[in-house]
Design a protein around this ligand. Structure first.
Ligand code: ZN
Length: 203
């Protein structure tokens, strides 16, 4: 199983990190070892002093495919969820500055939180989903999938031209504005259309 993530997919988040608006999706991968086991706390790793939360809508691939056209992309996933793309922002900034790969900053153990899955048929329009991240019960990120530069089906079409998608692969679709640092004793929870799909403690 692999996790394919899209960076810089919400205009306001691009601005907050002072990044350039991309002309094509920014793609990176997290290894399967990055998945935070269910019900486990997230431990801040000692190689970073600036771990950021990034809440993202996620989709689970249900069958093998490559070079998938946007039109057929919906037939490759049935479930939608919510996750966190934890990022060692200090390490990422150093690596970006040197033009080096981001893996250490994005793919470390526990860097992918995967919440409860919901059937996509539960939603009328996947391009109009409200989602939130709460930190200590206060909303810190408030997004809507309608603001994505590339929508789920476009992402699947784009990434499948490079990477064969397999059953169980997960797509992280990018984070809206409001990313920020976590501290020990924080409590994070995420909601999609008002339903809580994950919660965890930071240690
Ligand atoms: Zn992200």
């Amino acid at each position: 199983m692999k996790i394919i993530c899209i960076g810089r997919n919400y205009a306001e988040h691009i601005t907050e990190l002072k990044n350039e608006r991309p002309t094509e999706p920014v793609v990176f991968i997290k290894p399967d070892s990055a998945v935070l086991p269910k019900e486990q706390d997230f431990y801040i790793p000692d190689f970073s002093k600036d771990i950021h939360y990034e809440v993202e809508v996620i989709a689970k691939i249900k069958r093998v495919g490559k070079h998938i056209s946007e039109k057929f992309a919906p037939t490759y996933y049935d479930e939608i969820g919510l996750g966190i793309d934890f990022t060692a922002r200090d390490l990422q900034s150093q690596l970006k500055e040197k033009g080096l790969p981001w893996e250490k900053a994005k793919g470390f153990d526990g860097a992918a939180v995967i919440g409860k899955w919901l059937p996509k048929t539960k939603f009328e329009d996947l391009n109009n989903l409200n989602f939130k991240l709460l930190r200590n019960n206060e909303v810190v990120q408030d997004g809507n999938t309608g603001l994505m530069l590339w929508k789920i089906d476009e992402i699947i079409a784009y990434v499948s031209a490079f990477f064969m998608l397999k059953k169980g692969d997960i797509i992280f679709t990018g984070t809206p504005a409001g990313v920020g640092k976590v501290s020990a004793n924080d409590y994070l929870s995420g909601t999609l259309e008002g339903e809580e799909l994950f919660s965890l403690n930071i240690k």
